[in-house]
Design a protein around this ligand. Structure first.
Ligand code: NAD
Ligand code: MG
Length: 392
């Protein structure tokens, strides 16, 4: 499965938290990789610096207003420079052996689908895409012979526990009884609802364990992140929602577990450093060395567990009900959540309003069948429009 030449790799969302960790791994062994395209949203200076450091063939910036800046910074290099939505999707479709999908939000869906269609390894960090269009992505992967390698630490843990048989679906046939997604519980694990009503964006951005982009940090605080991960696990591993549990584990040492029909449980452990799951997808099915901190269990001492609280964290229930409803319901939920999280970060709504807005959008808009990407795009538009109206 490994090419003899350096592996051709691309990074979508290169300037983000996951993208930068990915770039750091590539730079540890430049002889192993041949960087095709790197894609960023609108930070031209960071994208240019990464493109030079990685020796990328192409640098693409989503925001066309930054094209001149990016071109200026890369003038005199051989690096092709492009901008705009279509250029992002085209970069994702360039032939590559391994593509990191790490754009935030539903904006990552189309590029991820383009990556899946060329039959390579797609390292999936962009969970919103599989939340919105899970069935379509799994179908595309099968149709084009590509393999989704989960980067999300929980799903990566489960993928590792299931062994490298080469499938990321079909857990049902492997004697799996249930999947147990661990959750840190986020920064508000111990706050009352009354206290949560007054938290500020800066409180929510201060995750106790992981350092991540703003959007996923807020999703961790509401636990919508864990709700989305239930949906993600359902699509990746093919188990019904009732057999996917959530367990709060504040130390985030166990990244998730698999329970088998004989009563065995397998878990994957590690320090909370995304270089570990990223490296596992980059090297898969082999192991790569990383500089990630090693786990010192004697130092940590206690691993604790508690059930999630559905009253203080209604997002878990909303995600489950969207998954049960099926069709475009998860895309509606995701759209409402993206708008609400942005509004919370801007100070326009309170923390508890995020779940309220999501619930209204799920209640008020009827979901349809998930026929194609156009159905997802329509649900996305409708969900955003109603969420904005509720905020305004
Ligand atoms: P981030 O905000 O740090 O980075 C997002 C990246 O996407 C940036 O490079 C940004 O420029 C780019 N981007 C944003 N909008 C774009 C657009 N329209 N077109 C092209 N590029 C665009 O986010 P992150 O924390 O790196 O997370 C990325 C994805 O990985 C998210 O879906 C997140 O849920 C998932 N994830 C992240 C972590 C983590 O530890 N950070 C863990 C698990 C999953
Ligand atoms: Mg996760």
């Amino acid at each position: 499965r490994f090419p003899d030449r350096p592996r051709r790799v691309s990074i979508l969302g290169a300037t983000g938290s996951i993208g930068r960790s990915t770039a750091a791994l590539l730079r540890e062994r430049p002889d192993l990789y041949d960087v095709q395209a790197i894609v960023g949203g609108d930070r031209a200076a960071e994208l240019a610096a990464l493109a030079l450091a990685l020796g990328a063939k192409r640098a693409v910036i989503a925001n066309p207003d930054r094209l001149a800046e990016l071109s200026g910074l890369l003038a005199g290099s051989d690096i092709e420079v492009e901008a705009g939505r279509e250029a992002v999707v085209a970069a994702a479709a360039l032939p590559a052996d391994w593509i990191m999908s790490a754009i935030t939000g539903a904006a990552g869906l189309e590029p991820t689908m383009a990556a899946l269609r060329q039959g390579s390894f797609v390292a999936l960090a962009n969970k919103e895409s599989i939340v919105c269009a899970g069935d379509l992505m799994i179908k595309a992967a099968h149709a084009h012979g590509s393999l989704i390698l989960p980067v999300d630490s929980e799903h990566n843990a489960i993928f590792q526990c299931l062994g490298s048989r080469g499938e990321s679906d079909g857990a049902a046939d492997m004697g799996v009884e249930k999947l147990i997604l661990t959750a840190s519980g986020g920064p508000f694990r111990q706050l009352s609802l009354a206290e949560m009503a007054h938290v500020r964006p800066s409180d929510a951005l201060a995750h106790p364990v992981w350092s991540m982009g703003a959007k996923i940090s807020i999703d961790s605080a509401t636990m919508m992140n864990k709700g989305f991960e239930i949906i993600e696990a359902h699509h990746l591993f093919g188990l019904p929602p009732a057999r996917i549990e959530v367990l709060v584990h504040p130390q985030s040492v166990i990244h998730s577990m698999v329970g088998f029909v004989d009563g065995s449980h397998l878990a994957q452990l590690g320090s909370p450093d995304m270089r570990i799951p990223i490296a596992s997808t980059l090297g898969w099915p082999e192991r790569l060395t990383t500089g990630a901190p090693r786990l010192d269990l004697a130092e940590i001492g206690d691993l604790t567990f508690e059930p999630p609280d559905p009253i203080r964290f209604p997002a878990l229930r909303l995600a489950r009900s969207a998954l049960e409803a099926g069709g475009t319901a998860p895309a509606l939920l995701n759209a409402a959540n993206e708008v609400a999280v942005e509004a919370f970060l801007q100070g326009a709504i309170g923390f508890l309003d995020i779940a309220r807005i999501c619930e209204r959008v799920l209640d008020d808009i009827e979901s349809t069948r998930l026929m194609d990407l156009a159905a997802v795009a329509l649900a996305d538009q409708q969900g955003r429009a109603l969420a904005k109206q509720l905020i305004g």
